[in-house]
Ligand binder design. Structure first.
Ligand SMILES: [Zn+2]
Length: 128
């Protein structure tokens, strides 16, 4: 899916220190969560540039059971807190458009959706 790959490259370009140079990064969720993932990239990038501890690299931002799962390589207590914040924020953010949302059960799928997108189950559909 070209658009997902573009998003992955874009994040890697803008926040190179948030990613391990030779590890693939997977962005596999709707664009409504992009701002949350960007913020996490920014925090990790800054921390990895400044810290004397082992860096924490972002490996994936994926939708699982309706909610955002952040996958990392290496993890310290501070990164844990940011990841928890990002995942809990996404649980209240429409995966399609980024508006306030909640976890809904739609046709057997669990999805975080705002009211206008409450019936849209496909994660990568363009928000209108
Ligand atoms: Zn929405």
């Amino acid at each position: 899916m070209a658009r997902q790959i573009d998003l992955e490259s874009d994040l890697r370009c803008r926040f190179p220190a948030a990613f391990h140079a030779s590890t693939h990064f997977r962005f596999d969720c709707g664009k409504g969560w992009l701002a949350i993932v960007e913020t996490l990239c920014s925090l990790l990038s800054h921390a990895n540039e400044c810290t004397e501890h082992a860096p924490t690299y972002l490996v994936g931002a994926v939708e699982k059971m309706g909610t955002l799962r952040i996958l990392v390589a290496g993890r310290d207590a501070r990164a844990n807190e940011w990841i928890m914040f990002a995942e809990q924020r996404a649980a209240r953010t429409c995966e399609l458009c980024g508006a306030n949302g909640r976890l809904l059960y739609i046709d057997g799928w669990q999805r975080v959706r705002c009211q206008p997108h409450a019936q849209t189950t496909r994660p990568f559909e363009e928000a209108d």
